[in-house]
Design a protein around this ligand. Structure first.
Ligand SMILES: [Zn+2]
Ligand SMILES: [Zn+2]
Length: 339
């Protein structure tokens, strides 16, 4: 059986359009795998990092890890999934199940895990094979294009938010306003926080205000510390893939505050001045992926709290240009490939 996919033979700059549309032969299903007909796949910044080779040299791969589709075939050992069910496939393709991390509820840190659209072919494809133990039954009442971005952009934002352990009603600053931030802003507002959005993109700041941001600021208009120091910011989440906002955020948060970095890759070097950026019990930490428990919690929350992405649907053939727009911060909300 064949599938039409956007295929990456070897990484390259997105401006050179490294993804090529190709017919690929699907391998035989292994005992725990399922075959899924893809309805929608979100376009995530991690896909851009994969395509441009920033996560290491990866060859002959189909990107895409925010996948919504219908199960068409089951491997021999799959007992808890049904043909015809709608499911989600996300970044964590599988983990080993037996290491110290897997055995302590931290499968996101498993050193033998595999990733959808990185170590296994992903959802920029009409069909995808997934490990049945790592796919998710999806909430009813949401469109496929609305669910897809929740599976990574949303879930990473949720894990970042969760790791803040923010005080009720506190002020959270978010740096960068792409797919993940626009969902996490909605989440934090529903939890009763004040949210400040920092971005260099005026259109992104306008969208942030429309989605409920209490205050927005562009570093083009002045020094971040001087302008935000009196805003009572307890914690911050960094969505922009850069070292500068991390250093800014450490400086503006209150004593005891946390800075969580949501990105899988950042540009530049973090240089920390101990006195002004880390002393007074400030914490800097990163987020890696999600656990299946996080995802189930988040999908339930997103449904109950009516958290929805602002999306534009595109064709598979538009994958290169969508990633180029993401690189240039031209996307409002998220782009989703619709099949
Ligand atoms: Zn493991
Ligand atoms: Zn992602």
């Amino acid at each position: 059986m064949k599938t039409k996919a956007a295929f990456l033979e070897k990484p390259g700059k997105i401006e050179e359009k490294p993804l090529k549309i190709k017919e690929l032969e699907l391998p035989e299903l292994r005992e725990n795998e399922v075959l899924i007909k893809v309805n929608a796949c979100g376009v995530c910044r991690t896909d851009l990092h994969v395509v441009e080779g920033e996560l290491g040299d990866v060859n002959n791969i189909v990107p895409g890890h925010e996948v919504v589709g219908i199960i068409e075939r089951l491997g021999k050992e799959v007992k808890d999934k049904k043909i015809g069910s709608k499911v989600g496939v996300a970044w964590l393709y599988s983990s080993c199940g037996s290491c110290e991390y897997c055995l302590s509820g931290r499968e996101n840190l498993c050193q033998n895990k595999r990733f959808t659209g990185f170590s296994k072919n992903g959802g920029y494809s009409e069909y995808i094979i997934a490990d049945s133990r790592f796919i998710f039954n999806l909430p009813a009442g949401l469109k496929d294009e609305e669910i897809a971005p929740l599976l990574c952009s949303g879930a990473i934002g949720y894990r970042s938010f969760k790791l803040l352990h923010a005080s009720p009603g506190s002020t959270i600053a978010m740096f960068g306003f792409g797919g993940s931030a626009h969902l996490t802003l909605q989440l934090a507002k529903k939890f009763g926080h004040k949210v400040i959005i920092v971005s260099r993109n005026e259109n992104h700041l306008k969208l942030a205000s429309e989605l409920g941001a209490d205050f927005t600021f562009s570093p083009k208009n002045g020094n971040v510390y001087e302008n935000l120091r009196d805003k009572d910011i307890e914690d911050a989440i960094i969505f922009a893939p850069s070292a500068i906002p991390i250093m800014n955020a450490l400086q503006i948060i209150k004593p005891g505050g946390k800075v969580v970095v949501a990105g899988i890759h950042i540009d530049g070097e973090i240089k920390i001045d101990y006195d002004s950026q880390l002393f007074h019990e400030k914490t800097l930490l990163s987020v890696e992926s999600y656990t299946r428990e996080d995802m189930l919690e988040y999908l339930r929350l997103a449904t109950n709290l009516d958290i929805k992405p602002l999306y534009t649907d595109i064709k598979l053939e538009d994958a290169n240009s969508a990633l180029a727009e993401l690189k240039n911060s031209e996307v409002m909300g998220v782009k989703v490939i619709k099949f």
